[in-house]
Design a protein around this ligand. Structure first.
Ligand SMILES: Cc1ncc(COP(=O)(O)O)c(C=O)c1O
Length: 366
């Protein structure tokens, strides 16, 4: 008798070979300071609370609006785009990225991305069993525009400001790429609200360019899973063909609308985070630590220990020490461009103070 193949053996070969994305740790127990997943330390706008309280009965009983119509309208008004058909709303911007790959990538039509950048892109491309193209930064972390323009990818994902470095891609570089790269260009602006420049205003001019945004970072709503694509209606039409029928739940749609209506509140939150960020960039530079110029809500820095050593072991040592103090930051030890750095999300003033004291403690012992 033939042995019965296992369930695993029956899966598609590329799925069997997949390495799942590993998100930053989300400890369930209290007492941790979380500076590892770039969440916003502040609560969402009070309008969010009110909108949740109103949602009972019928709206919960019925399916949500399938295209998140009001949110599309509100987003396109907010970003001053020509009409509601210039926005697509997803279950977090991760879903939008996934759907873009579903639409544009396969074994022939490749997806490209920078290293280092958001480590989800290769996973999503592997899930689709798509061909991938990688372009590397050097330690300047300046976008090598010509390398991207000539990389041959069918669609290319740029992260701006980049993760994990925080370095922003100048709008001029995006413009040049949109004109010289023959493929489709996606600018992932998950941290765009903290940046000095953005590419949203370019999507009307360049039909091969779209931008993704999220409510997770600047709008303090990572738990609600709301993201969007801003781009010409062709992108939106294609994504509408491949999404789940009701991809954004009713609560997320309402909360997204409430958040978007409170511009003043969120401008305040973003300003506060940028001030805290710049304070600590200054502080760590003062200790002689190299810091990339961050335009995001996190800081990518190369720790130096008390005997002036730096490098992967030093970074890992601080990472482990902080973990022992119940402070989570992020270490990317898989690449020489990142392995002597830590990425630290900008937290509340009190969390950053605790972090700073822990670093001083480490410096006494390291
Ligand atoms: C560069 C980048 N893009 C997209 C995302 C995903 O955001 P969302 O919560 O909207 O799925 C993240 C989250 O960390 C990110 O760092």
């Amino acid at each position: 008798m033939q042995p019965i193949p296992s369930i695993i053996d029956r899966a598609l070969a590329h799925v069997q070979a997949l390495e799942a994305y590993v998100p930053g740790k989300q400890p369930q127990e209290a007492g941790w300071i979380k500076l590892n997943t770039n969440e916003n330390p502040y609560p969402p706008s009070p309008r969010v609370k009110t909108s949740i309280a109103k949602l009972t009965g019928d709206p919960l009983r019925k399916y949500p609006n399938p295209i998140s119509a009001k949110l599309r309208e509100s987003l396109t008004a907010h970003f001053e785009l020509p009409g509601a058909d210039w926005a697509f709303v997803g279950n977090g911007s991760d879903e939008v990225l996934n759907l873009l790959i579903r639409v544009f990538c396969d074994q022939e039509k490749s997806g490209g991305y920078m290293v280092p950048s958001y480590s989800l892109y290769p996973v999503l491309l592997d899930i689709q069993n798509a061909k991938t193209v990688v372009v590397r930064y050097d330690s300047s972390m300046e976008l090598p525009v010509k390398d991207v323009a000539n990389c041959g990818a069918h669609i290319f994902f740029l992260t701006s400001p980049n993760a994990p470095t925080g370095v922003g891609i100048p709008a001029d570089a995006i413009r040049e790429l949109a004109e010289t790269f023959p493929g489709i260009l996606v600018v992932d602006e998950a941290y765009g609200a903290f940046a000095e420049e953005d590419a949203v205003s370019l999507v009307e001019k360049y039909s091969n360019l779209c931008v993704t945004r999220t409510f997770s970072k600047s709008h303090c709503l990572a738990g609600m899973r709301i993201g969007c694509l801003l781009g010409n209606p062709d992108f939106v039409q294609l994504l509408d063909k491949v999404r789940d029928s009701y991809n954004v739940n009713v609560l997320s749609q309402e909360v997204g609308l409430a958040a978007l209506s409170d511009t003043d509140y969120y401008e305040g939150v973003v300003t506060k985070i940028k001030q805290t960020r710049d304070f600590y960039i200054n502080e760590w530079q003062g200790k002689g630590w190299f810091v990339y110029p961050s335009q995001a809500n996190y800081i990518f820095t190369q720790p130096v220990n008390s005997v002036a050593e730096k490098g992967p072991e030093v970074a890992k040592s601080l990472f482990d020490f902080l973990r022992g103090e119940k402070i989570l930051v992020r270490y990317f030890g898989n690449d020489p461009l990142t392995d002597s750095f830590l990425r630290i999300s900008v937290g509340s003033e009190s969390d950053m103070l605790t972090l700073s004291e822990a670093i001083d403690q480490w410096l006494k012992n390291a």
